[in-house]
Design a protein around this ligand. Structure first.
Ligand SMILES: [Zn+2]
Ligand SMILES: [Zn+2]
Length: 186
């Protein structure tokens, strides 16, 4: 098992493939929406890039997690395989930062600066898991969330405040329309 992407090895022997499975702790992910995370598997191929001292890594992370829905606050199971492409470039010296760093706008490519010529596979996996967790996790696209009045989960139960909330919203919209009309007529 090779747990470290080593640029020296790539220089000497060409492209290298790696695979690892790691246990991770929800707290390591530093995202309050994550309640738990299962084993994370990473598969990656790393090779030299086009620029001097540039290396590129192509791969995917596969993991499962328990996430908190951002609308209804309930836990739901999340399973994901997300592909990634990372470019590693030498960390520029602070004084020359502006002239050295040239990030072409190949939008989908993530650039990371390295100061050591080894990248622990587990670290790369952790970063990629962090990036694949949705900013606003949803148990379901159609999750109706909690009733702002009584706190009921509106996906599961229909509370009696539903109607009046809808009415209020329409009312607000009507007021807004009237405002706009008034402005137009000025
Ligand atoms: Zn939900
Ligand atoms: Zn309600």
């Amino acid at each position: 098992m090779n747990d470290v992407i080593d640029f020296e090895v790539i220089d000497e022997h060409g492209p290298q493939s790696y695979r690892g499975t790691y246990e991770m702790n929800a707290t390591e992910l530093d995202r309050p929406e994550v309640d738990g995370v299962g084993a994370v598997t990473i598969e990656v191929k790393a090779e030299k890039g086009y620029q001097p001292d540039e290396y590129v890594a192509d791969g995917a992370v596969t993991f499962t997690a328990d996430l908190t829905c951002s609308r209804c606050a309930e836990l739901y199971p999340f399973a994901n395989t997300s592909p990634f492409h990372v470019r590693f470039l030498p960390r520029p010296e602070a004084s020359r930062e502006n002239e050295e760093v040239e990030i072409t706008d190949e939008g989908e490519l993530d650039v990371e600066f390295y100061s050591e010529r080894t990248i622990p596979l587990r670290e790369l996996a952790l970063e990629q898991v962090q990036l694949s967790i949705p900013m606003k996790p949803l148990c379901d696209e159609s999750c109706l969330g909690l009733c702002p009045k009584c706190g009921a989960n509106r996906t599961r139960e229909k509370c009696s405040c539903d109607e009046s909330i809808v009415d209020e919203r329409w009312g607000a919209l009507k007021d807004l329309r009237q405002e706009l009309e008034k402005k137009k007529n000025v």
